[in-house]
Design a protein around this ligand. Structure first.
Ligand code: ZN
Length: 297
């Protein structure tokens, strides 16, 4: 069931259509991070007043929550070495602003980031997927709660850092999510956010074929709309840059599966020829934003 929504940033009910594809309704259970469901992202619009890009209409709240609660993504575990390295890349940036204390990760998946963060922080996770929480608890002995962001589990001002990597674009009410993060942070606390950049060069060039457009992504930010939403939630942006990551050549190749066969086959042949499928490659495609913001003291 799809429902019509107003702009999540300014509330205006006036938008123009950017891209329009059929929405794969069944694909909401396909919320997995490693999904290959690209071309079924529905109707993506831009707010005429403030420029915010979002999916409209979008699946109803209950359908989204049920999808995330039952999400199972075994492919996610196959890149465990690179995901651990990516966690350290994020922590290196976070530690420029906060070196110790209590840290909450919203959308902690199977716990790679929290496990890496434990070296410096008292780390806790919120993650709607029961499957992912179970792995985080059993494999890493982490403190994670299979609860949505609307939880009242944490008192106000209980964290020094809140981290959200590839999460805000999935949430039903991103401004409310940032406000909750602000509530949970101590004054001067740090919010760390990574999300796709809908104004990046690859998004502009690839248009409706950009890999950032997915059925599970319902909000698309650029630097301006992200900065504005953070400000309205009580944050001051302190660092803003593009975010690169490490994956195996095989994983990067799998991201091209929905592109023309000739492109996919050529890259596949090159990777197999070089024998590097399992080797790791760091790539910054300049279409993911990494932001550090302080809660106003
Ligand atoms: Zn707007």
């Amino acid at each position: 069931m799809l429902e019509k929504v107003n702009c999540p940033l300014c509330g205006e009910d006036n938008c123009s259509v950017l891209y329009h594809r059929p929405y794969a309704l069944g694909s909401m259970s396909d919320c997995a991070a490693t999904t290959d469901q690209f071309a079924t992202y529905g109707r993506i619009v831009r707010c005429v007043k403030c420029g915010m890009v979002y999916t409209n209409p979008r699946p109803a709240r209950d359908a989204l929550l049920a999808g995330y609660g039952s999400c199972v993504d075994d492919a996610y575990l196959q890149e465990s070495s690179s995901r651990s390295i990516n966690a350290h890349l994020s922590l290196n940036v976070i530690k420029r602003f906060a070196q110790s204390g209590r840290l909450l990760e919203i959308g902690s998946a199977t716990g790679y980031f929290l496990n890496a963060a434990r070296a410096d922080f008292d780390a806790v996770g919120l993650e709607p997927s029961e499957w992912a929480c179970k792995i985080a608890r059993e494999r890493f002995k982490l403190e994670v709660y299979a609860e949505p962001i609307e939880t009242d589990r944490f008192p106000r001002g209980s964290f020094d850092v809140v981290a959200m990597t590839d999460v805000i674009e999935h949430l039903i009410d991103p401004k409310d999510a940032f406000r909750r993060a602000a509530d949970w942070l101590k004054p001067g606390g740090l919010l760390y956010v990574v999300t796709p950049d809908v104004s990046s060069l690859s998004a502009l060039l690839l248009r409706g074929f950009w890999w950032g457009l997915r059925p599970a992504h319902i909000h698309y930010f650029d630097r301006e709309t992200l900065r504005r939403m953070l400000k309205e939630a009580g944050f001051e942006v302190r660092l803003e840059k593009s975010f690169g990551r490490m994956f195996s050549y095989g994983y990067w190749l799998s991201r091209l599966r929905n592109y023309p066969r000739l492109v996919y086959r050529s890259v596949e042949a090159a990777i197999e020829g070089l024998g590097v499928k399992e080797k790791l490659l760091y790539l910054d495609t300049r279409d993911s934003m990494e932001v550090c913001a302080r809660k106003a003291a």
